[in-house]
Design a protein around this ligand. Sequence first.
Ligand code: AMP
Ligand code: ZN
Length: 475
Amino acid sequence: MENKLRFYNTLTRKVETFIPNEEGRVAMYTCGPTVYHFAHIGNLRSYIMEDLLEKTLRYLGYDVKRVMNITDVGHLSSDADTGEDKMLKGAKREHKSVMEIARFYTEAFFNDCGKLNIKTPDVVEPATNCISEFIHMIQTLMEKGYAYEQGGNIYFDTSRLKEYYVLSNHSEQELLVGVRDDVDEDANKRNKSDFVLWFTKSKFDAQELKWESPWGLGYPGWHIECSCISMKHLGEYMDIHCGGVDNIFPHHTNEIAQSESYLGHKWCNYWFHVHHLIEKGKTSKMSKSSGEFLTVSFLENKGYDPLVYRMFCLQSHYRKPLEISYEVLDNMTAAYDKLVKRIAALQREGDVDQGKYAAYKTRFEQALCDDLNSSMALTVLYDMLKEDMSDATKYALAEDFDRVLSLNLTTAHAAKNADQQVDAELESYILARIEERKAAKKEKNFARADAIRAQLLEKGILLEDTREGVKWKKA
Ligand code: AMP
Ligand code: ZN
């Protein structure tokens, strides 16, 4: 590991050299999706950049164990434990049970991740699998005096901590201003910043999923799941915890408060946060509460390859807000098509120039090690394609860089051509059948004409007789 990875640690507010607890191994945790709806492409920006971090670590030779939770219970509309439960909201919207909603959107999430070449973490754990672990942690926090029961709920007592706002610049004063707009202000809390660990006889009685606990029938708060699920699989010490910047407060702040109070020592050394995706012309981050939001399928229906969106994310730094528009996606599509076409044209046979191969590999690593400068890593790719060296060297480097970039650099062009060939073959078949049907009609053989229409329909092709002649479309 010659190059040392440096990235911005939200905890220390500095770009730092990454040193794991155990040499060569990385314990990494990612806050997973709340599976009440499709992920929007803003959420997926966070997962793409976290995937980049994981793949960079692996590229540098680390043995990474990455864990992700699936929030299928406990996340209320506001991150600050107020409003309606998001899962219940999804179930009501679609007239399904909470578990049906969870199953459907978990699958949809990993489908989207697959299209964006985001690797599935080594461990994926739904919150509803770990209720006994949550209860155990809450019990310990109660015994240690960090939690209290009030009005049927169990709260974490933030006044017990020397420093609560370790991750953010929030102050008690700011928080007081923040809660003024909060119609659901919770009178049970001893301190404004206290948060719920377990709900029982609360106003959220409509909750579909409930479990027995020492405090009565109820369900967990949102924050507790990440502390418990990460410890279950990664132990008491973690190297990197990831999420979007909106997770810094209150979610990650609360995770640190409860985890370190429970453990009695420092928990996670590095906090990695990805900035938001913003739609051009809008000022706030993309969110699902605004009604319409962009999904991977929406982009696909508009004709965009999901990997074009991945490349668009890689072109920008994870710590900057990223503005998206169709215009930039169109430009990125052209750039991506040109890039993969160029790589496809390389002759693979011949010798790899080991010296140049190693030099470019070092440059690529250096870009990534410099606070994950992915746009510089792409520049290194373009530079090496322009370099005076054998095609075989270039091809080998493209293949190697793609272990991190995951843009299907060496396969996309062939796959696209194959798709186009299938489309061209299908079209000529359809046109031949339309001609055959025309001839059948002329001979007044209507049974034959209808049979041809039915055969095409079986293949998903719909014929329409219009004034301008017969037209076809995908059914
Ligand atoms: P959720 O499913 O709401 O828990 O969010 C999943 C992940 O997406 C979290 O890590 C969020 O911080 C992140 N996230 C939410 N909105 C955005 C956005 N507009 N851009 C980038 N990441 C986001
Ligand atoms: Zn989390």
